[in-house]
Design a protein around this ligand. Structure first.
Ligand code: SF4
Length: 380
């Protein structure tokens, strides 16, 4: 099974080598000192992670940004992560990205216009109530209530987090999804529903873990609405979104590794399809996967269903174990991969020059509503 990455040498940089970018980054970091904090998501390539002051999943990194006193936060991840960091940091701190073209295809699958269309259709056609009509949307509802409570995964735009905050809803991560969905069900009331977006798989996998059945969930495809009658008895309306990286993992890959290496352990991310999660030994966030590999007995063979940069790093970190990506054909997240050392070097140098470049700034009204949804999550 191959663990190699696509060739990383500098096709985008002309004559300049990776070593030259590395020196430029080191020099610029040294000059900026404590003025700058570089955050690197687990899915970033090694030549970025080696310069990061902190690595982690999206929410951990945003919290680190909020706790930092650095004037500049350079976020090496995708767009929605830098947006969350801007929302959680103070007004004086400046959040930027090495390139703003690095988006997340899953986050892009739900936009405010489509979500509002779904929201008002459900409210009007099913007679559900908007939690914002309550004096206190944070209070538990009764068995007779029928509120529609929106829940958005961290992997969504600031505008959607603001929509959710405004309508009495909450944000979740892959670590806390179960507690957050229980919070939402308690606020929906006995006859209410949860609208979960954008990742249908995280929603479905979490609802399964909580004991719900497939027939209590309906998928909302904005281009092909489900029959409204099918929604009447559903407890969950799941947005038709998915991660193109995690969608690639299959039950056949798990079976093939188990056949090749009997006793192999399998751990996958809950953005994988539910049949893949069911076939695995464990599932959880990137931090969970990291700990699972760390704690597995020496000599273990572990098949991992998540992004290749993290899997390869784990394999190097634990040489006493054999850690494989389940997908032999290698699956980097193409948008995470847009963060190239050249762009990081240029971003740091532009900060030294005092240029306003690649800055991520969320307007106050969006930020105020989004923070309501984020704070509800922090209290769960
Ligand atoms: S791995 Fe999937 S969810 Fe994560 S940033 Fe890439 S496309 Fe988005």
């Amino acid at each position: 099974m191959s663990l190699g990455l696509p060739v990383t040498s500098c096709s985008i940089n002309g004559a300049e080598s990776d070593d030259a970018f590395k020196s430029r980054i080191i020099d610029a970091k040294e000059e900026l000192g404590s003025r700058v904090m570089i955050l690197g998501h687990h899915y970033q390539r090694d030549t970025i992670v080696e310069h990061a002051d902190a690595t982690g999943d999206s929410f951990t990194l945003s919290k680190m940004a909020a706790e930092s006193t650095a004037e500049h936060i350079v976020f090496c991840g995708v767009h929605f992560m830098a947006e969350s960091a801007d929302i959680l940091t103070n007004d004086e701190q400046i959040v930027s990205m090495p390139t703003t073209r690095a988006g997340c295809s899953m986050a892009d699958m739900a936009n405010v216009v489509d979500v509002e269309d779904c929201w008002y259709t459900l409210i009007e056609e099913l007679g559900l109530q908007d939690p914002k009509s309550r004096p206190n949307p944070d209070e538990k509802a009764s068995e007779e209530d029928n509120f529609l409570v929106p829940v958005t995964y961290m992997n969504s735009s600031a505008a959607l987090k603001a929509f959710v905050g405004h309508h009495g809803g909450i944000v979740c991560t892959s670590t806390n999804a179960m507690g957050v969905i229980q919070w939402a069900l308690d606020r929906a009331g006995g006859r209410g529903k949860v609208l979960f977006f954008p990742d249908q798989h995280l929603g479905r996998n979490t609802a399964f873990k909580m004991g719900f059945n497939e027939d209590e969930m309906v998928v909302w495809d904005p281009n092909n609405h489900p029959d409204i009658r099918d929604l009447e008895s559903a407890r969950f309306v799941l947005w038709h979104g998915y991660c193109s990286v995690h969608q690639r993992f299959t039950v056949e890959q798990i079976e093939s590794l188990r056949e090749e290496c009997p006793g192999a352990l399998i751990v996958v991310h809950p953005e994988c399809e539910s049949k893949v999660v069911a076939a695995a030994d464990a599932d959880g966030s990137t931090d969970f996967i990291r700990k699972y590999c760390a704690e597995a007995p020496s000599g273990s063979v572990i098949g991992v269903g998540t992004e290749i940069n993290l899997v390869q790093r784990l394999n190097e970190l634990y040489p006493d174990k054999e850690i494989h990506c389940l997908d032999d054909s290698i699956c980097p997240c193409s948008t995470m991969y847009m963060i190239h050392p050249r762009f990081l070097a240029e971003q740091l140098e532009s900060i030294i020059q005092g240029e306003d470049r690649n800055i991520i700034k969320i307007d106050k009204s969006t930020s105020d509503d989004a923070i309501l949804a984020l704070n509800r999550m922090l209290e769960v």
